[in-house]
Design a protein around this ligand. Structure first.
Ligand code: SF4
Ligand code: SF4
Ligand code: FES
Length: 335
């Protein structure tokens, strides 16, 4: 099978910035994108930089952007990628500094990882033999323990793209590994840590990390679980939590989202940080987003607001959606 590759190149020593190279290689039908790139490196261009090890979707070292999406090159069939166009476009993963060609610097990823204190913090004397844990609790944690630290979610994260200080999906998924562990007793400390700017509230729920994760870790789900744990644990003092509350209140009372009040209510009316949001508000007004508030009044209700209220009430007071979707400590389903 003939595979055409368009590869984004960068060599800091060349001083010529980034550029594209194209290759055509002959590989078997079952070849992966990684096999094709190795073919390039071995037989066409030995200068191509790429990182790989296990070639079996285990070590996590070959994450890169293939046809616009973060993927493990070793479990992505070249044939499938060719179906998306006549050339496979390969780039280094996003949101991380490029060292050379397809090799990115994982240091920022590991720094974020350390930031969440990724180790068990039990209290009291250590048990004589072992900690006894309800097996259901550990089964629940299997999902996050499946992470291979490939960084694909980090490379794809839309929030990280605009704010490099965001802790990011991989590290926050790891954080749930400990907030969800019955042996860990540092919840209060952890919640304060993850409540800070750049923490769990900075995720925009774009689902991209869930989509690209090759191991089904679903980082965004874990972030939502931590948020639920935090609110339940009484840690509510954040713009993120106020934003959620304001959002719900607006939809519940008026049947719509009152965008004009979201920022001041989330940040706090007297917070000087509101001033920094004015250019964004003006841009929104230009596109007509905020104008409805001015045209129809800040407290305008849609005619069917009452129905919306009953929907919101049913969601809030009905069966425990949060507990079912994002089980909390001690409430995990037997799976
Ligand atoms: S859902 Fe959140 S953490 Fe995941 S990619 Fe989107 S912004 Fe990033
Ligand atoms: S959560 Fe998934 S995508 Fe992110 S580092 Fe772990 S395995 Fe990779
Ligand atoms: S080479 Fe190990 S995950 Fe791809």
């Amino acid at each position: 099978m003939e595979v055409r590759l368009k590869v984004r190149r960068y060599d800091p020593e060349s001083g010529k910035g980034d550029y594209w190279d194209q290759y055509e290689v002959d590989v078997p039908e079952y070849a992966t994108v990684l096999d094709s790139l190795i073919e390039v490196r071995e037989y066409h261009d030995g200068s191509l930089g790429l990182r790989c090890s296990c070639r079996s979707a285990i070590c996590g070292s070959c994450a890169m952007t293939v046809n616009g999406r973060a993927r493990l090159a070793c479990n992505t069939k070249a044939k499938d990628m060719m179906l998306m166009g006549d050339t496979i476009v390969v780039e280094p993963g996003g949101n991380l500094p490029v060292i050379k060609d397809l090799v990115v610097d994982m240091q920022p990823h590991w720094q974020k990882f350390r930031q969440v204190e990724p180790y068990l913090q039990p209290s009291g004397p250590a048990p004589e033999r072992e900690y006894l844990v309800n097996p259901a609790a550990m089964i629940d944690l299997n999902q996050v323990m499946g992470c291979i630290q490939c960084g694909a979610c980090v490379m794809a994260c839309t929030s990280l793209e605009v704010d490099p200080n965001f802790i990011g999906p991989a590290a926050l998924a790891k954080a749930y590994r400990f907030t969800g562990d019955p042996r860990d007793t540092a919840d209060k400390h952890r919640f304060e840590l993850y409540n800070q700017k750049g923490g769990v509230w900075d995720c925009t729920h774009c689902f991209y990390c869930v989509e690209v994760c090759p191991k089904g870790v679903a980082p965004m789900d874990q972030i939502m679980r931590i948020r639920a744990q935090m609110v339940e644990g009484g840690v509510k003092n954040s713009a993120g939590h106020r934003h959620e509350d304001t959002f719900t209140h607006s939809v519940k009372t008026s049947g719509r989202l009152n965008e004009a009040t979201m920022v001041p209510k989330s940040l706090g009316l007297m917070n000087p940080a509101n001033m920094a949001e004015i250019p964004g508000a003006l841009r929104l007004a230009k596109t007509g987003k905020l104008m409805s508030a001015f045209k129809e009044g800040f407290f305008h209700r849609i005619p069917s607001a009452k129905s919306m209220r009953s929907i919101v009430n049913r969601v809030i007071n009905g069966p425990k959606v949060v507990a079912t979707t994002f089980p909390r400590k001690g409430e995990r389903k037997e799976e």
